[in-house]
Design a protein around this ligand. Sequence first.
Ligand SMILES: Cc1cc2nc3c(=O)[nH]c(=O)nc-3n(C[C@H](O)[C@H](O)[C@H](O)COP(=O)(O)OP(=O)(O)OC[C@H]3O[C@@H](n4cnc5c(N)ncnc54)[C@H](O)[C@@H]3O)c2cc1C
Length: 380
Amino acid sequence: MPEPDIDVLVVGLGAWGSMALWSLASRGVRAIGVERHGRGHSLGASHGGSRMFRITCLEHPGLVPLARRSAELWDLLGRQAGKPLLHRYGGLLIGAPDSAVAGGTLAAANEHGIEVEPLSRTQLAGRFPQHTALAPDDIGVWEPSAGLLRPEASIRAALGAAETAGARIFTGTEVTGIESIDDGVLVHSPGRTWRARRVVVATGSWLPFMTPLPELRVVRMPVTWFEPDGDAERFRLADFPVFMRELDGGTVLWGCGADPPYDVKLGLEQFGATAVPFDPLDTDRSVTPADWTALRAALTGHLPGLRPEPSRVAVCMLTLTPDGQFVLGSLPDAPNVIVAGGDNAHGFKHATGIGELLADLATDHEPRIDFSFMDVKRFS
Ligand SMILES: Cc1cc2nc3c(=O)[nH]c(=O)nc-3n(C[C@H](O)[C@H](O)[C@H](O)COP(=O)(O)OP(=O)(O)OC[C@H]3O[C@@H](n4cnc5c(N)ncnc54)[C@H](O)[C@@H]3O)c2cc1C
C-alpha cells in the first residue's frame, strides 16, 4: 500500500468540520475537507443568519474555558477573513433568581470570574422596554462579552482561510463509508477513495449514520422571524441584542433584533415540544402554523410590537445526547476515527475551540481544554 497522501480528512464542513479544517491547515497538516452539500448551506444545523455567543455557559462548567478560547479564535479568524465574525453587542438573560437562565448565568459568572451586570426588575424594564409582562421576581443579567455570530459567513470564512493555508475542499461530495486499515483509514465516496492517517467525522445530525452511536437523537427545530408592527427602531440589534428569557414553567423564549429591515429572529424552547424527532435524510423542510403557534402566543404578552404572522420560517436540525453534552474523540474500536457531534443546540459558539481540539486530537497533541465530560468513550 502507498503512504497516505493526506494526514487528516475532515468529513462534513458545517460549523465544527470547517473550523477543524482551518485549524489543521493552519498548522501545516496535509488536510482535505469533504462536504455533501455546499459551503454554508441550509440543510443542517448551521443556518439562519445568527447564533448567540456567551461565555457564561450554563450547560457545563467545563465549557467556560472552551468558550473563552473560542472567542480568541473567532477574533483570529475574523482578522484572517478581513471582517469581524464575533460581534460583541452583549447579551441579556432574564428569569427568576433561581431560574436556570438568569440564576445559572449568575452562578457561572461567580464561579468563573466572568464580568456580568445584574439588573433588578426595574432596571431591566427601563433598559429593555421591549420585554413586557415581567414576572414579579424576574431579574436580568447583562453579559457584555456575549454577542452574535453569523454562522454561514463564519463557515465560509473558515473554509477560505483553510484553503489559503493549503487545504483542499470537495463540496457536493458525499462520504459513503469509512474503513479502518492498519495505519489509517480509507474514506469512500461514490467517485473516489482517499487514504488518510486520520479522519475527523463532523457530520452533525448525520453522525448516527456514520458511527455506532445509538445514543444520539435528531430533532427538528423551527426558527422564526417577525417584522415590527410600528416602531421598528426599537428592535435594532444594538438595542435589542441576543437574549434568553425564561418564562413560566421553564419555557425559554430566545432571539435577537436586527439591522434594517429589522426582522426579529425568535424561537421558543418548551421542554423540547417544538423540537420533534426528525430523519436527517428527509430533505423536506416545509413548515405549518403548528411551527409558530406557541411562539406567537408567547409574544403577545411578552414582546409586543411585532406582526402576528412570521415573515420567514426556517427549519434546522439538532442532535441531542442523553446528558446534554457534546460527543468528541476517537472511537474506542477505531482510534483513527475521531468523531464530533451531539451539539445539543449550543455548539456554534464553541466551533472554533472545538475545531482546534479536533485538530489537536488528530495530530496527537495534548488538547488545551479538558474535554473528558464530552468524550465519546463515556458511552462505551
Ligand atoms: C435553531 C437553532 C438555534 C441554535 N442557536 C445556537 C446559539 O444561539 N448558540 C450556539 O452556540 N449554538 C446554537 N445552536 C447550535 C449550533 O447551531 C450547532 O451546535 C452547530 O451548528 C452544529 O454544527 P455541526 O458542525 O455539528 O453540524 P452542521 O453544521 O450541520 O454540519 C454537519 C455537516 O456535515 C455534512 N455531512 C453530513 N453527512 C455527510 C456525508 N456523508 N458526507 C459529507 N458531508 C456530510 C452536512 O452536509 C453538514 O454540512 C443552534 C442550533 C439550532 C438548530
